[in-house]
Ligand binder design. Structure first.
Ligand code: SF4
Length: 350
């Protein structure tokens, strides 16, 4: 793991991003923004799941106006996601958002950008430049032919230049592509020249299974190189999955702690109890637990007791039985049928 890259710090509401603060987890609502009740419900539920910043699409003026009651009810800062129309952005700011995602180069006349920048400055609202491989400018597409890492970085540099000329530096940047090597290289390249905090993600990563793998590989590499200040896992799935996957990526690199860390063996011919069923059930039952705990579910005495001993709580299976460990000490020997309940009981005590 490389040391984290030093970036400028900004605040999305009360949440710090960059400058050595923990990598924050974001998601995006998938409701119709104009449906305030449904959107607020999803925001609250995502916040309970650990989402720290929520992004909301603003496709029209009704959606921009709906941000008022949504922001008031939201327990976490709201970022408005807007394309092209600066009037929507101005309305979103009036409605109380904490951050904005809009690409200044796509707004049009400079006076419109200036108006928007002034409005952001007045309310301390940071702006994310979200470069996406799928929407590069005509000029860059002609120059590079494909959405190369260089093209993505040049696009970001153009947008940054517009804001810097207006003396605006509360900037975050993302450089997303659905291609993992392109995305990784773009973030590396950008990091060599700029110190703006980075929002990282693999764009349109796919459904839960493939999207999780692509995001884990891509974001894993980027994070391990010390790059990244805030992240979103994009999945064609329930947004709670995005939050869950993001934390698992961060936990696997030792960058954040949240919820249980479940160690379970893959099982082999030595295993004589249903470890797969047990591990799946433990994971399911602990989905909503925020406390960080290491739980080992191991099949046999070969690696089992060793791992189980290192964990806060663990079980190691035998022939139709299992040992229950707590912090390295055997608590009980149990029949297989009683293992799950005993393990859950121990976890409850914690
Ligand atoms: S802990 Fe035991 S059962 Fe599980 S994979 Fe290792 S040797 Fe096999």
């Amino acid at each position: 793991m490389k040391k984290r890259r030093k970036t400028r710090r900004l605040y999305v509401g009360q949440v710090p991003v960059g400058g050595g603060s923990p990598v924050t987890v974001q998601s995006m609502t998938k409701t119709d923004t104009r449906n305030v009740a449904a959107t607020v419900q999803q925001v609250k539920s995502l916040a309970d799941a650990g989402c720290e910043i929520i992004r909301i699409a603003v496709p029209d003026m009704d959606a921009a106006v709906a941000l008022g009651p949504i922001c008031s009810a939201s327990p976490i800062p709201v970022i408005a996601d807007i394309h092209f129309d600066w009037r929507l952005a101005l309305e979103a700011i009036r409605q109380g958002i904490a951050g904005l995602r809009i690409n200044p180069g796509n707004i049009g006349a400079r006076w419109k950008v200036a108006e928007l920048v002034t409005s952001c400055q007045e309310r301390d609202i940071p702006l994310r430049i979200g470069v996406n491989a799928g929407s590069l400018s005509k000029k860059l597409t002609q120059k590079y032919k494909h959405p190369t890492p260089e093209a993505l970085v040049e696009s970001a540099a153009e947008h940054i230049d517009i804001l810097e000329k207006l003396d605006f530096r509360a900037i975050k940047v993302s450089l997303k592509a659905s291609n993992v090597p392109t995305t990784v290289e773009a973030y590396r390249l950008f990091s060599k020249s700029f110190t703006y905090p980075l929002h990282i993600g693999i764009s349109e990563a796919g459904p839960a299974f493939t999207g999780t793998i692509k995001s884990s590989v891509g974001l894993g590499i980027i994070l391990a190189e010390g790059i990244g200040d805030t992240m979103r896992v994009s999945l064609s799935a329930d947004p709670h999955e995005e939050v869950r996957v993001a934390y698992e990526i961060l936990k696997s690199l030792g960058m954040r702690t949240r919820g249980p860390n479940i160690i379970s063996c893959p099982t082999c011919g030595r295993c004589q109890i249903d470890i797969r069923g047990l591990a799946t059930e433990v994971e399911e039952r602990l989905k909503h637990v925020n406390k960080s705990l290491t739980i080992a579910v191991m099949g046999c005495v070969v690696n089992g007791p060793g791992e189980a001993r290192e964990a806060d709580i663990g079980i190691a299976g035998g022939a139709g039985t299992g040992l229950l460990f707590r912090k390295g000490k055997i608590v009980r020997r149990l029949d297989e049928k009683d293992l799950l309940d005993a393990l859950m009981e121990e976890i409850e005590k914690k």
